[in-house]
Design a protein around this ligand. Sequence first.
Ligand SMILES: [Cu+2]
Length: 430
Amino acid sequence: MAQNWPIQRIGSRGENVRTIQYLLRHHGFPVGVDRIFGPRTQEAVRRFQRDRGLGVDGIVGNQTWPALIVLVASGSRGDPVRAVQRQLNARTSSLAVDGRFGPQTALAVRQFQQANGLLVDGIVGRDTWFALATAPTAGPTIRRNIAKVSQAERDKLRNAILELDRRTYPDGVSFWDKQDQIHQATHVHGGPAFIPWHRELVNRYEALLKLIDPTVALHYWDWQTDPRTSPDGAGGTVNLFSTGPNGFMGSASGRAGPPLDGLDNGGSFPGSRDDTGNPADPPREIRRNVDQGAPQLDSDAAIMAADDGLPEAEQWRAIREAIEDAHNTAHGYIGGTIGSAHSSFEDPFVFLLHANVDRLWAKWQREPGQEWRLDPARVYGDEGTDPRILENMQPWAGGTGTRPWAPPENQQQSKNCKHPTIVEPPRYED
Ligand SMILES: [Cu+2]
């Protein structure tokens, strides 16, 4: 198969330029790594081409790309690994760009290979380099009100959600079914870790969605609105519980059904997860029992005011309790599968709800004049020394036996609620 590598020349910018700069450095042609293909990069390319007996034109295309790339695999070190880590981060990963090809990088490479239909071997050879140079990269992720984005955007999200059930971890559990297993293995409700733990869950889920489609974002349901008639911002309304193969989240009452019908066992108990206890089997049924009207819960402004007048050390506890309370009401309002903490992550709608939980935390963190709420040492106030804040988050730290974060894959990642990737709020548009 002829590979048409993306042509990079003077004036080009972006991740591929940075990759070329890293690779030039690796081959002994030092150049700044700044993502801009300027005269110095051009000159380094010319010298590289002369050195390799290639046509000397200062342009990186089908001739020069294959000469620049090197095999990168577990144990590799240096600039080529940095190039791979940067490319992966431009999609979905949040790897440390440390030039060391360890287990996290290997996992990210395998996920990228899986998402792009490549041989899944965790080795960055020619085909994987080519895919890294050509597969779409993610734009900045901004989570928006799901009723106010375009129909095409909702369709894209739905498609990615469904596709996650077709990709599996090494234990045979699909990326989608894994979410329920994670939630069941880890009980963090009603305490200081509830909101940060769910931020990690939501971020990781969005990263999986981006493996399928790098342009997708995990938008949120504004729980002040009836999800059947949520204002679209243009004078109309959107039914988030639209049904049929081209619908969004399926029915608001009874079994969700199409388009989510592939995610449950059609309502039948035999062979369901509830019957076999096997997380790889679908749950019996995704059910809804949405109440009349909109949920009866505090306005965003009232939630944001929950900590007013309190000393800094006590503000976090007040706000997290107010958010969790409203969240509990929202779960009960949707009812059915989401109405029970035990089964709520069997229904994809839960992520739209939890993106809203996270949005409110982010909103509070970004209130003007309150920069301390972005500081890991201060954001949790007097709960900052609570063991539940300080212990590494499970199951990703490998402590619950949940694969692939436990043996035999051992892809554990240790971070607690103060980790910068937890405290730094994702971007939301109100
Ligand atoms: Cu919840």
